[in-house]
Design a protein. Structure first.
Length: 294
C-alpha cells in the first residue's frame, strides 16, 4: 500500500524521504521564536523538539541494528534518554537560539527567523547526508559471499553423533533427530585449507532442543601437535544444531595459552578432524569438566 510504503521510507534513516522530512521539521520548529510563546505554548514547543529527538534516535536504531543486537529495553532507554536530554537542555538551547537570532537581526536582515530556519534546515540535511555517507559500505564492489548447503561429511556427522550419544539430557534426543537431517553450510569465499569448524543447516520441522542457546555440555578431548589438548564442541542456537568446532583445551594453563599464541598457534595445523577413538569424553559438572561415568 502507498501509505505503508511511505511510512516505511519515513522510518528508514537511510532513505531520502526521511532526510528531507526530518530536515523540514527542524526548519519548521526553528521558525518559531520561543520568546514569543506563552508558558503552555512553550511546553508544547519543547515536547515537539523532544519528540523529534526521540524519533531520530529510534529510527536510527531501526536502520543501523536490523538484527536487534540492542534489546528492546535498551532501545527504549536510549530513545527516552534522547527525549529527556532535549528537554533538559531546552533552556540553554533557547538562549543560544535568541542570541543567534539577535545577531542576524543586527546585520540588517528583515526576517531573521526565516534566515535561522533556512540555516537550520540546511544544517540538518547536511548532517543527515554526512551520517548516511559514513554508514554506507566502504567498498560496494566487494562481491557478496554466497552460502550453499551440501551433504554433511561422514567424519563430521560421526563426531557430532558421538558427542550427542553420551547423554540423553540437555536436548540430546532432539539434536540427534536434527543431525539425521543436517547438511553442512559452505561459503564461496573460503579457501581449500582445513579449518576445524563445520556449520549445520537443518531445514526440517523438528522439535527444538532445550536449552535453546548453549554450548552442548559434552566435550570430546584429544591430543595433537606435540601432545597438546584440544576440545571438540557442539553449539546450539535457537534450539537447533548450529555448529561443530575444535577449540583450545579447557585444561590449558594461562602460561600454555600465552605460549600457544606467542608461537603463532593455528588450529588449521590440525589438518583434519580427530578420530573417535582418540577422544576422551567429558561432561560439564559443578566441579568443571569430568570424565563421563565418573
Amino acid at each position: 500500500m502507498p501509505i505503508r510504503s511511505a511510512l516505511r521510507a519515513l522510518n528508514d534513516s537511510t532513505s531520502i524521504t526521511h532526510g528531507v522530512v526530518s530536515s523540514c521539521v527542524v526548519g519548521v520548529l526553528t521558525l518559531i521564536d520561543p520568546r514569543r510563546l506563552t508558558v503552555g505554548q512553550r511546553l508544547v514547543y519543547r515536547l515537539a523538539n523532544a519528540g523529534l529527538a526521540a524519533w531520530t534516535v529510534g529510527v536510527g536504531f531501526r536502520s543501523s541494528d536490523p538484527s536487534g543486537a540492542v534489546p528492546p529495553v535498551g532501545r527504549a532507554a536510549l530513545v527516552a534518554g534522547a527525549a529527556g536530554a532535549a528537554l533538559g537542555f531546552a533552556d540553554a538551547g533557547e538562549a543560544v537560539d535568541a542570541r543567534v537570532q539577535d545577531a542576524i537581526a543586527r546585520t540588517g536582515a528583515r526576517h531573521p527567523r526565516r534566515w535561522l530556519a533556512a540555516g537550520g534546515t540546511v544544517l540538518a540535511f547536511g548532517s543527515w547526508w554526512a551520517s548516511r555517507t559514513l554508514d554506507a559500505p566502504e567498498d560496494e564492489d566487494t562481491p557478496e559471499v554466497h552460502e550453499a548447503a551440501v551433504d554433511l561429511p561422514e567424519d563430521v556427522r560421526a563426531l557430532a553423533a558421538h558427542l550427542l550419544a553420551a547423554t540423553d539430557l540437555f536436548g540430546a534426543p532432539e539434536l540427534r533427530a536434527q543431525l539425521a537431517h543436517a547438511q553442512r553450510l559452505v561459503f564461496d569465499d573460503s579457501d581449500d585449507g582445513f579449518w576445524p569448524v563445520a556449520q549445520f543447516q537443518v531445514d526440517v520441522d523438528l522439535p527444538l532442543a532445550v536449552p535453546a542457546d548453549a554450548t552442548f555440555p559434552v566435550v570430546g578431548r584429544f591430543r595433537a601437535l606435540g601432545d597438546v589438548t584440544f576440545d571438540v564442541r557442539l553449539v546450539v542456537t535457537d534450539g537447533v544444531l548450529a555448529s561443530l568446532f575444535v577449540d583450545e583445551g579447557g585444561d590449558w594453563t594461562p602460561e600454555q595459552r600465552d605460549a600457544w599464541y606467542e608461537s603463532g598457534g593455528d588450529l588449521g595445523a590440525l589438518g583434519g578432524w580427530p578420530a573417535l577413538g582418540d577422544l576422551e569424553m567429558l561432561i560439564e559438572s559443578p566441579e568443571g569438566l569430568r570424565p563421563i561415568g565418573v
